[in-house]
Design a protein around this ligand. Structure first.
Ligand code: HAM
Length: 521
């Protein structure tokens, strides 16, 4: 029973607890094994990155960047407090005492800031410098105005005061960083930073770990959630790579016996006037025609991101969307034949798919192939995996022209789906050792060590307890076997092994018990 504690996990975050974490570990271990067989190696990028990285890669108009990122200025301490005081200073600008006090505060801040920049405490960048200069000039100006006396110069002083408060807001004390909302941008950043274009191509990387998006929490949607993802960077963009990446996810899901995994694919072309850009214009024109029938979100998106209108789940918009122009009719010849080849390559691999012309994905970096996989038992948040090709991304981030494709699996959703299908019940222990008597304890300790060395999960009670109580405890823990060690067993070296599921028991020689339990496990 959960207690109403003083401190609780932050909304949209949660503790993952045993025995469920056993399933998480199994899923992650399986990913490592399967991805390894496809030649992928693990990358572990940091959890926070420059905010600008995602703004650039994922796109400023996307929900992720415009509404959901946990970003903050990476600065602490007295400088920040002083800046806040200046920002919030509410003075009657006409009172000489107040204005002088404000000037003192400005001067202190300025001196402290300059020292901070010199010592490197303030992580200074070029753009911020213009603001420091502007702010410093403002102070000089303010002081000059004050020197003529507050009474004679009220409107000017008041104006400069307001401007200074505005200017200080632009004085940054550190870079803007954010908790990563996804990891494709991080992987591309790392690819460039470590000169991976020199590595044998293609570079195949996988990652797993927490991501952060400030979404409205619901079943299968969290603010801290976990992804298992993979990216293929560099080398060729042969459609066989797209198909193999998808084959790998499906093989992974197959190994986990995920139920009802449905793959949907699409091509969103490339950003040229005779391809996607032309389509977006057509789509925009068609959307303007039906604008009045659309909801507020879709209306806004006509201007900012018309493709995203196709993502709408609103009931009353569905019939309208079905009549909109479709991208397949606007793809250029290259993208058309590329898409046809991806499908052929999927067929070659026996990977079943459904085409969905509305699958545009919510991140800006995609081109050509996009795909999503849904699974059972998840309600409205049923996408367990999303991915696609992003050939221009590395270049957009300042690297060389590089082909790229990848996906990310929502691990929380994957686990939920496995649990709903009954695949998540993990037992806690293999063996519970019930012992009584001093001699039996010594034997029990030695037996526990041997069993653990053999990889079995063993519970050894630290104090003696009656066999009845011990067996009750073993039951509660979900142990498969109880190993019973009393004086008789120790003396005869014939130990009692009880199978808890049906209560049957047999005598096993102490020497053979590890082998016996390993076999039965
Ligand atoms: P995405 O579609 O934003 O793509 O996320 C991939 C998957 O992460 C989703 O299908 C979903 O299962 C899971 N997910 C997303 N948000 C949440 C949330 N708030 N709570 C729980 N699960 C969530 C990407 O992130 C791309 N980086 C994928 C990619 C990699 N494309 C190319 N390479």
């Amino acid at each position: 029973m959960a207690n109403k504690a003083k401190f609780q996990a932050i909304k949209g975050t949660r503790d993952l607890l045993p025995p469920e974490t056993e399933l998480w570990n199994r899923v992650e271990q399986t990913a490592r094994e399967v991805f390894g067989t496809f030649g992928f190696g693990e990358i572990r990028p940091p959890i926070f990155e420059p905010t600008e990285l995602f703004a650039r890669a994922v796109g400023g108009e996307t929900d992720i960047v415009s509404k959901e990122m946990y970003s903050f200025e990476d600065a602490r301490g007295d400088l920040q407090e002083m800046r806040e005081m200046i920002r919030n200073y509410a003075l009657p600008a006409t009172d000489e005492h107040w204005t002088n006090a404000f000037l003192g505060l400005l001067r202190n801040f300025q001196t402290r800031l300059e020292a901070g920049i010199r010592s490197g405490e303030v992580e200074h960048h070029q753009e911020a410098h213009a603001f420091y200069d502007y702010f410093s000039q403002g102070i000089t100006h303010f002081q000059a105005e004050l020197s003529h006396g507050v009474e004679t110069n009220k409107p000017e002083i008041d104006r400069t005061f307001r401007l200074l408060k505005l200017a200080v807001a632009g004085v940054t004390l550190g870079p803007s960083v954010c908790l990563r909302p996804e990891a494709t941008a991080s992987v591309c950043r790392a690819y460039i930073e470590h000169g991976m274009q020199q590595w044998p191509a293609p570079v195949k990387l996988y990652y797993m770990g927490p991501m952060f998006r400030r979404e409205r929490p619901q079943k299968g949607r969290y603010r801290q959630f976990y992804q298992i993802g993979a990216e293929v960077l560099g080398g060729t963009d042969a459609p066989g790579i797209d198909a193999e990446v998808i084959e790998m996810v499906m093989a992974f899901f197959g190994r986990l016996e995920l139920q009802g995994a449905q793959l949907e694919i699409n091509s969103i072309g490339h950003s040229a006037p005779n391809c996607r850009r032309g389509y977006v214009e057509k789509l925009k024109a068609a959307l303007v025609e039906v604008k009045d029938k659309l909801g507020a979100d879709s209306q806004r998106r006509i201007a900012t991101n018309p493709l995203r209108v196709l993502d709408s789940k609103l009931e009353h918009e569905q019939a309208i969307i079905e009549k909109l122009p479709r991208i397949a009719d606007s793809l250029c010849d290259d993208c058309k034949s590329y898409y046809a080849e991806v499908k052929r390559q999927l067929d070659l691999r026996g990977v079943a798919y459904r085409e969905n012309w509305r699958l545009v994905r919510g991140l800006d970096y995609y081109m050509r192939t996009t795909f999503e996989i849904t699974a059972q038992g998840l309600g409205s948040q049923n996408a367990v995996c999303g991915g696609g090709r992003y050939d221009g991304l590395v270049e957009l981030l300042g690297g060389p022209p590089t082909k790229g494709i990848g996906f990310a699996i929502g691990e929380d959703r994957l686990i939920l789906s496995l649990q709903e299908a009954g695949g998540g019940t993990a037992t806690g222990r293999d063996v519970y050792i019930a012992w009584m008597g001093e001699k039996a304890q010594a034997t029990a300790i030695a037996a526990a060590r041997k069993l653990r060395e053999a990889g079995l999960r063993v519970e050894l009670p630290p104090v003696e307890q009656k066999f009845g109580k011990a067996l009750g405890q073993a039951d509660k823990l979900g142990a498969k076997f109880a190993l019973i060690l009393g004086e008789d067993e120790v003396a005869s070296r014939e130990w009692t092994v009880k199978r808890l599921a049906d209560g049957t028991q047999e005598k096993v020689n102490g020497e053979a018990v590890v082998e016996f339990l390993k076999r039965k496990k």
